[in-house]
Structures are given as C-alpha cells and as structure tokens.
Design a protein around this ligand. Structure first.
Ligand SMILES: Cc1ncc(COP(=O)(O)O)c(C=O)c1O
Length: 506
C-alpha cells in the first residue's frame, strides 16, 4: 500500500529533528560537524584536490595561447574580493572556483613562453607538486628533530650548488625565500666575520640590485656608508674605483666589511670582473659576496662556467632556483665557501629548542639564517631534478643562453632595432632606432615607451625596460624552458613593427 507522502514527510522531519537534537547534545552542528571542526571527509578532500589539479593543468597547458599578462585596478578587485570574513563558509568547490576565476588570473603570467619581463620563472610540475606535498605533510624544515627527511634533502641540494660553484667541502649553506634574504644573510655573515665593527661599509656597483642596498641597511650599514661603485661601459664594476673608495674609507677610520659583486645583473646580465675583485678582496681581507640570484644557475652549463669564472673565489654566493632553475616561488639559496660563518652569525641557543640540538652531524637549518619556521624548499629542487635529470635541466638553461644570442644576432641584422648592451647570459637590451632616421634621444625614448606599452596592451608578449646610464632601453630576459625561437622572433618582430608605426605617428 502506498503511504500518504505528507505523512511520510512529517515522520521523516520528526525523526530528523530528534537526530539533530541528539547531535547538538554531542556538540555537533546540524550537518554533523563539531563547531570547531576544520576537517573534510576523504572524499571531499580528493574531489577538491582533483578540481585544483584540473584547473592547474588546464592553465599550464593552455598558457601559450593566453595573454602574457593580466591585472586589474584595486577599485575593481576590492569590489569583487573585499569585505569582512564570512561567519559561515561556502562549499569548498565554490571557493576554489572563485580563487581560480576571480583571483589567480589577475597576475603576470611569469611562466608564459613570451613573458620576458624582469626576471621571470617557469616552474616544473614536479616542483609544483613538491610544494603541495610539503604543505600537506606539514613540514617545518627548521631543525633535524622536526624534519630530518627534508633536512637531509637540503644538505643534498645545497651540496649540488656547492659543487656547481666549485667550492671545497667546507662549503655549504641554506635555502632562503629568495635573493633578497640570501643577500641579508650573506652581509650579516660578513659583518660577523669582520668582528661586527661599529662603522661597517658595504660596497656594490651602480648596477647592483636594490636588494643588496636593503640588505646592507638591514645588516647595520648606515645609508651613507653604502658605497655605489661606478661601472664601466659594459656595466661591470670599475675595480680601480673600488680600490680608491676602500682606501679612502680606511683612511677615514671606517671598516669595509663586504664587497658585493654581480654574477649577472638584472638589468643587462653583466658580470663583474670576478677574478680581479677576488684578488683585491683577498689582499684587503674583505668578504666578497657574489649576487648570482639571476645568473647563478648558468653554472650548470659549460658556457656558464666560463662566463662566471672566478665565482668560487667569493666567500658567499646567492642564487635563486625560482629564476633559472625552474622552481616555484620561493626557492633562493645562499652558499658559503666556509659554512661555519653562517652558524657563527645566526645560531642562538633557545631553551625551548634544547631537544633539537643533535650535534654537528645533524645541522639545524634555523641556525644558519633568519627563519625558524621554514618551508621545505629542498623538496621541489630535489624532486624536479630527480624526475628530469640534470641533462635536461642543463639543456633547458642552455636554451636561454642560445636564444639570447640568437636574439642579439636578429637585432644586429635589423635595420630598425639597435642593441643597447652586450648580450650577457640571457638578457638582451635593445631599442627601436631605425637606421638613417637620425632620431633625437628624446624621440627615441618616446617611441620606445610607446612600443613597451603597445606590446603590453596588445597582449602579444610581455617585456620590461631598464635605464642604461640614463638611456631608456627595452629589455628581454630569456630563461623559460618552454620558450622557442619563434616566441622570441615574434616579439622582436612586433617591437620593430610597432616602433615603425610609432615613428610614423609622431
Ligand atoms: C640580480 C638579482 N639580485 C637579487 C634579486 C632579488 O631576488 P628575490 O626577488 O628572489 O628576493 C633579483 C631579483 O630579480 C635579481 O635579479
């Protein structure tokens, strides 16, 4: 016999109500979760992860057909994303969709094959997955006791870097958030090695990255004790001028603690005369730090070894795996010729961590730098290198070097484009300057600013600019492992065409 649906409904409601009351008695909410429950069922976890994976694979495999940049003004984003934290949550998949559609696309696509601005990055998938795993395993790579597995990997990958630099076995270091943090830690180590003098002076070139100046300030150098040494016509530090400045400072009773050299400037890729500056620092007993945040991983290639000859004579080297070693942010490194200087500078006893002291053979990376809680950065480097092997990594780095040289040859052959600096590592500085047009510097700057904006807004590609001793220059930094010659040629061709149009419109 069929039951009256109304009767069934009432009976179901009353039995649900009695279950709800029972749940509330056990401190559960109506949907069966405790009020402070932040967990998900295994099925919900899998579904959410699968959706996230799908979104990522779609993004990464479709990147070449997308714009190289997207962004939005704050007033628009604030309207869409602002507001107080909600009291009740939404379904996780709706929140994921919001993040994927309304937040994450508004960003420079730094891994786009035609993104040549600043110093980009193009992470490998195993590296991305490693970050996900490290978060899921909830690793804090602070001490050996807390995470020996990733501690061991940090020893392994920093030892790879030690060998690429050419340091002896005393060498070693740690992984950092990036080049900025590595610079701070290097200059602090230098300051401590110099006996923490009262009036420290730090030297760098006029081509050094702003991160070095900030690091010197953090390490305690007064603003007026940061020396900016001029560079030569090829953007390399003038060693004689460095020597003059050091002598003058010593005469004035100041204490030089570190010279920072560039092993690949962000502006032109220029490399300071490393052997000559190493000779000078050795004679003077001054710490030599090489900022190789951009250029350092060229060391995995033979050509890079030649270009960076002498880097092993620096006391410390900073290099970023989230640049030319294909890792997701953040993956910097600081490697010292003698790692003991890091622990001399940073190890601080701490009662609450006394159980974590396992002796010299089991280093606590928190004792080598400024962070206690630390991401497991070694995992991504290790997993991606183990997956693809060094032969492929080397070829991917070499691809950037080769494409930059091919780009330089293209610019040299072009009647419209002009090379603005010698190509170094993977950076090509150029501008539109049609032969025989005799444009003034003012006109050239105007045209080239227009080209930069047109490329940006017309979405073909993305590059950025720099100022070369005051002259406006377009600049491409080529290091993405998915970039092809066609990507580079298309971008240069577009610059040339847009430049001619800009000139015609003047
Ligand atoms: C040469 C150089 N040094 C230092 C830095 C700062 O590194 P990070 O952004 O990883 O802190 C950069 C960044 O692009 C760089 O190119």
């Amino acid at each position: 016999m069929l039951e009256d649906p109304g009767v069934v409904q009432v009976a179901a409601m009353s039995s649900r109500r009695s279950r709800d009351i029972a749940k509330c008695d056990r401190g559960l909410t109506m949907d069966g979760t405790a009020p402070g429950d932040l967990t998900m069922t295994p099925q919900a976890m899998r579904q959410l992860a699968a959706k996230a994976t799908e979104a990522l694979v779609e993004r990464i495999t479709g990147l070449g057909n997308e714009k190289a940049w997207d962004g939005e003004f704050r007033n628009v984003l604030e309207g869409q994303l602002g507001g107080p934290p909600p009291e009740a949550g939404l379904p996780a998949e709706d929140v994921l969709a919001l993040a994927v559609q309304e937040v994450l696309p508004f960003a420079a696509r730094l891994d786009h094959p035609r993104f040549f601005g600043f110093v980009p990055s193009s992470p490998t998938w195993p590296g991305v997955i490693a970050d996900f795993l490290a978060a899921g395993f909830n690793i804090n790579s602070c001490t050996w006791l807390v995470s020996s597995g990733t501690g061991q990997l940090e020893l392994v990958v920093t030892d790879w870097m030690r060998r690429w630099i050419g340091y002896p076995e005393t060498g070693g270091g740690l992984l950092t958030s990036g080049g900025s943090a590595a610079s701070v830690e290097a200059i602090v180590a230098a300051r401590e090695a110099a006996g923490h003098p009262d009036r420290p002076v730090v030297y760098m070139s006029d081509q050094s990255h702003g991160a070095l100046k900030r690091a010197a300030l953090i390490a305690g150098a007064r603003r007026d004790h940061i020396r900016v040494v001029p560079s030569d016509a090829n953007f390399r530090m003038d060693v004689r001028e460095l020597a003059r400045q050091v002598a003058r400072d010593r005469d004035d009773g100041l204490q030089p603690v570190a010279v920072c050299v560039n092993a690949g400037t962000a502006s032109t890729g220029s490399i300071d005369p490393l052997p000559a500056i190493a000779d000078f620092c050795e004679q003077e007993g001054i710490w030599l730090h090489a900022d190789a945040a951009y250029g350092g991983f060229a060391l995995v290639t033979e050509r890079g070894q030649e270009l960076l000859d002498g880097i092993d004579r620096a006391d410390s080297v900073g290099l970023d795996a989230h640049k030319w070693f294909f890792q997701p942010y953040e993956a910097g490194a600081l490697i010292l010729k003698d790692k003991k200087h890091l622990e001399d500078a940073f190890a601080i006893g701490n009662d609450v961590l006394q159980d974590t002291v396992w002796g010299k053979n089991h280093p606590n990376f928190a004792d080598r730098g400024q962070q206690l809680s630390r991401q497991a950065r070694a995992l991504k480097i290790w997993m991606s290198v183990r997956t693809f092997g060094m032969a492929r990594f080397r070829a991917a780095v070499q691809n950037g070097l080769d494409l930059a040289h091919r780009a330089a040859a293209y610019v040299d052959d072009s009647p419209v484009l002009e090379l603005m600096a010698p190509v170094s590592l993977g950076i090509v500085c150029f501008r539109v300057n049609p032969a025989g047009r005799d444009c003034s510097e003012e006109t050239l700057e105007k045209i080239n600013r227009t080209v930069l904006a047109r490329v940006f807004w017309d979405d073909l590609a993305f590059f950025s600019s720099t100022s070369l001793k005051g002259v406006f220059s377009l600049r491409m930094c080529i290091l993405n492992h998915t970039t092809t010659w066609d990507d580079v040629r298309r971008t240069l061709e577009a610059s040339s065409d847009l430049g001619e149009e800009a000139l015609a419109d003047l």
